[in-house]
Design a protein around this ligand. Sequence first.
Ligand SMILES: Cc1cc2nc3c(=O)[nH]c(=O)nc-3n(C[C@H](O)[C@H](O)[C@H](O)COP(=O)(O)OP(=O)(O)OC[C@H]3O[C@@H](n4cnc5c(N)ncnc54)[C@H](O)[C@@H]3O)c2cc1C
Length: 469
Amino acid sequence: MGCALSTDSRTAGSDYRHLSFWHETAPDDWTPRAGLPGDRDADVAIVGAGFTGLWTALYLARAEPSLRIAIVEAETAGFGASGRNGGWSSALIPSSLAKVAKRSSREGALALHQAMRASVDEVIRAGQEEGIDFHASKGGTITLARSRAQWTRARAEVEDARTWGLDEDDVRLLDAAEATDILAATRVRGATYTPDCSAIHPGRLVRGLADAVVRRGVDLYERTPATAIAPGRVVTANGILRAGHVIRATEGYTATLEGQRRQMVPVYSLVIATEPLPTEAWDQIGLRRRETFSDHRNLIIYGQRTADDRFVFGGRGAPYHFGSRIRPSYDRVPRVFDDLHETLVDLFPVVKGVEITHRWGGALGLARDWTASVGLDRGTGLGWAGGYVGDGVTTTNLAGRTLADLVLGRDTELTRLPWVGHRSRAWEPEPLRWLGINAGLRGMKWADHEEKLTGRPSRIARVVNRFIH
Ligand SMILES: Cc1cc2nc3c(=O)[nH]c(=O)nc-3n(C[C@H](O)[C@H](O)[C@H](O)COP(=O)(O)OP(=O)(O)OC[C@H]3O[C@@H](n4cnc5c(N)ncnc54)[C@H](O)[C@@H]3O)c2cc1C
């Protein structure tokens, strides 16, 4: 496939277990299924067996059991971001309500928001229906404010939500005492809290979904990288998969497909996990309902308390690589792991001295206009979903249900949501792409330094955010 998931990442089954904490602790040996055995025909061909591809296959197979559905996966199901993420199944999408409304309408933006809230429950419902135990706990998300600038941002977020008619059930402001009662971090001035998030074990969910679709008769061909996607066919080294509908579900890896180099860029997010902490430590820290957590800084961080009482804690800051290259070595950046560890200790001094047992990372997908989308071109039969940035765990479920409706030609509430059919413009050619993305990443880091010094919301962040939201 001329790419990235190239031979150096071709791994024996058991080696996939070293990709992340989730890979290691999913009850599965990750042995890839057989590859595409030669030319084949199907009704629907899906490229990529992450959450997008698997949810799409699952809802299609449920709705129309007679459909011949085939998935080709370059490595093994859950190899990509779906197996490696922070395990937040949230109602977030990478665009603000204002940005969605600008492209559609106020009603459209609110409908998408409500569909995302409902999808948080649907992930749990659908997973349970398939008998998947993925350690889900819907404790919501607490986003702390730990400086004057962060507190200003927290209040502004809640004020903005009220202008959209979103009430306390959606997002609310907590004072320092209320926030600390949920999560006792250092320097807490307050927080925002939303109930719309579950902490999950994504490795268990993605492998459970792969088993579920196979049980329902979907052909899942692993270690079968597609080199090109065209109307009616998926080209692989093993043979050609022909189908009336071809769905691209390759997210951060999309640039590795012929002719798609500037559709989506891979941006890296990195994660660490601690050893399990003793009960006394959690008595001090909190997160009793396994709330996911973050704070209102500019360079995103995200954390959860796992079912076995570890911290899983991640963040951005790893560089974008020239030419949208993806390499296994880019998953591990010691400087970023050190920063994450330092930040975790700064938040919770009690973890100083606690062992970091796992370090990993992965590529997420970013469209030029930072807008996630899903769609199907009726003329060509080509469909897609992606551009979720760091908010794909739940969004992929909504995308999968929407793609199923689109493929089946159904006009539903889902197919009328404003992200359906949206197309971002292409990314700039290099070196502009490299310069722009890395300047943005640096800018957010500087913005946090600036806020520490001045106590005021950063001007740099305002400039960068103008490009994003
Ligand atoms: C470190 C990290 C932390 C994150 N944390 C969160 C979080 O806490 N909450 C949240 O909502 N989102 C999070 N995200 C984002 C979220 O994980 C993704 O948006 C989501 O999993 C995307 O799913 P996907 O199926 O579209 O893509 P992927 O899971 O990346 O799946 C794409 C699949 O396509 C395969 N593939 C690629 N190229 C080809 C090809 N040519 N032929 C065949 N197969 C191919 C890959 O091997 C891969 O299995 C995080 C992402 C990362 C990397």
